[in-house]
Design a protein around this ligand. Sequence first.
Ligand code: HEC
Length: 257
Amino acid sequence: MHAYASSYLHSVKVFSLGLLAITIVILLSPPPAFADTDEEIAISVATLLRSARAVISDKQKHINTAEIGDKGVTADLVISTAKKNYLNKTGTDIDTIDRSTLHGQLVDAELLAIKEVMDEAQTTINEEGVGLKGFLPAVFARLVTQRFKTSAGGKATIKLTAPKDYVRNRANRPDKWEQNIIQEMFRSPDHPTGQHFSETADVKGKAAFRLILPEYYGESCLGCHGDPKGERDITGGKKEGGKLGELGGAISVVIFH
Ligand code: HEC
């Protein structure tokens, strides 16, 4: 009886110690990594594109200064500043996103696309004696999204597009799905400003998650996209007659399933 009680007590002790150990392990281990949703991933890659494009916008005057040769607008500068912009916007340090997840892989693919575009643009950007170089934020965005198609290995695509009647570059034309959302939803006066739309939809016969975010004309855009409609802007393109705050474009993300 006595022996039984003591061995019973012993096993209770061992059991409690075991529980304690398990509890400590649970408390010390990092929270389980829940996979990000397609929506979170799509918004993240679009935010990274905006964060990088903002660097080109901020440096536009500098890039177009004829008297300066080496501008210092390198891939490293664009990527490090884009990461800061992303952190300010989202509160997340992009380097902490788990690279073994789809989210991490797409972020890396996008950073690689940015690096390649910036490396290739150095000769254009650093040319002395030339003012306007045509390396615009929208051109940068298009080049990055074209590169991303390859670097993302067909798992996802990003596109900067615009309403059909506003598109400058034919490569940026909206597809039917994009044009429909832009026209029927984003251009509707009661659509809440900035609100994105997403749904599961087939893209070229493949099942995919699609998300589209509206973009609006700010003051700085109107020199090229504003009034008077049809007049040539400094790039030689025709102005759209866009108004301040009007829907001017959209970022469209596809994640294939
Ligand atoms: C210096 C003139 C200029 C300014 C300023 C400018 N854009 Fe553009 N924008 C262009 C040109 C040129 C293109 C075509 C780029 C290309 O070849 O992909 C373009 C393309 C775009 C596109 C892609 C769809 C398309 O039409 O091909 C969007 C969206 C866009 N601009 C929005 C904006 C917004 C928003 C701003 C202000 C934040 C802005 N642009 C400022 C000249 C300008």
